[in-house]
Design a protein around this ligand. Structure first.
Ligand SMILES: [Zn+2]
Ligand SMILES: [Zn+2]
Length: 366
């Protein structure tokens, strides 16, 4: 079939084009896309900070409806509302067997090569392959994905909100609830309040963390953080944010989250964490970036530093759970979406994401 999609041909160059999308094979489904969030990882690929096989359709945070299924997929799934995940479980690798599906080596292989699990692409242009981003490629009117990468969600969840569960919201919330295992009454600080950082604040509120301190230089983001559940907001411009965190919570917070991927901010998050506490690095920097850490404090004070990919989530478990919480009004996703664009406005949408002032930018694809 013919589809419209945002194709990256080389670093910095993305355009809306007509492509061919092959029919879903055996274990795959065709999804009519309704909405896609734009994540900073899409920009890391677009800027050439991370390598990608080209040409590629970007986007890895999508929601839509199943329109067609491969021969071994239950036809009853046609019409199902789904959110796409970039780590469907291969079910066979060491990490899947350990229950660490977010680290699935089958999914990692597909991400690196830009292919579906059978090592081919369904996307093509003039007979040549166009590569899939992370088994999703959601900047498009349609996508073919592995059937177990299309996670069912309640149809009452607006797609522009549901799509966020595919990456940013899942990563932010689950970094708090699962990776750091924050308990009620424990103190939390979130450094950088973009889409993922704001989702971490939602997660902290969900588990009744207290206090919840937001740190961000952009006034509108601090306001949004307070609206979503932060109890304090710190402007790091002109003030030492670490000293401010210690002023609110003497000794530092139980858990500090870094959601930007900047070494200097990671150092601040570390310094804002108390003895025996946990610093969680969520933001993804360029490959090879290092952060100096005081080893004496790690050992003497049992200060844990955790990295996290997708919050340590099992997407098939977390996405429906978070969707139910959103529908029940316990996870307020609507304020996260600060900008909405059509697919044809991809350049404006990318600029809004790049500006650093947005919560989440969403493409309406219906
Ligand atoms: Zn992402
Ligand atoms: Zn696996």
């Amino acid at each position: 079939m013919r589809i419209r999609a945002a194709v990256m041909d080389r670093p910095g160059a993305i355009s809306i084009e007509n492509l061919t999308l092959g029919a879903p094979r055996r274990d795959e489904v065709l999804v009519r896309m309704l909405a896609s969030g734009i994540c900073r990882s899409d920009l890391s690929l677009l800027d050439g900070t991370w390598p990608a096989p080209l040409p590629m359709v970007l986007g890895h945070e999508g929601a839509g409806i199943i329109e067609e299924v491969g021969e071994s997929v239950d036809p009853g799934r046609i019409g199902e509302s789904v959110v796409l995940t970039f780590t469907p479980a291969c079910g066979k690798c060491r990490f899947c067997l350990q229950g660490r599906v977010n680290l699935c080596s089958g999914a990692a292989h597909c991400m690196d090569e830009g292919v579906l699990p059978d090592d081919t692409t369904r996307l093509s242009r003039n007979g040549g392959p166009v590569y899939h981003l992370a088994l999703v490629s959601s900047f498009a009117t349609h996508a073919v994905v592995p059937a177990n990468g299309a996670i069912p969600v309640p149809s009452g969840l607006e797609p522009a909100l549901g799509c966020l569960l595919g990456c940013g919201v899942m990563t932010g919330v689950v970094s708090v609830t699962r990776r750091a295992n924050v308990r009620p009454g424990e103190s939390v600080a979130v450094f950088a309040c973009g889409g993922v950082g704001l989702a971490a604040i939602l997660g902290a509120k969900l588990v009744s963390a207290h206090p919840i301190i937001a740190v961000d230089p952009v006034e509108s983001k601090r306001r949004l953080a307070l609206e979503l559940g932060a109890t304090h907001a710190i402007d790091p411009n002109g003030k030492d944010p670490v000293a401010e965190v210690h002023r609110f919570v003497p000794g530092g917070v139980d858990h500090a989250f870094e959601a930007l991927g900047a070494p200097a901010v990671a150092e601040q998050a570390f310094a804002a964490t108390r003895t025996g506490g946990t610093t969680v690095l969520i933001g993804q920097p360029a490959m090879g970036v290092t952060v100096p850490l005081p080893v004496y404090e790690l050992t003497q004070f049992e200060h844990d530093v955790l990295g996290t990919h997708a919050g340590g989530a099992t997407p098939a478990l977390e996405i429906p759970t978070l969707a139910e919480l959103a529908v029940a009004g316990k996870l307020d996703l609507a304020p996260l979406v600060t900008h909405r664009f059509r697919l044809e406005e991809i350049h404006e949408a990318i600029e809004a994401t790049r500006s650093g002032t947005a919560g989440r930018v969403v493409l309406d694809l219906s």
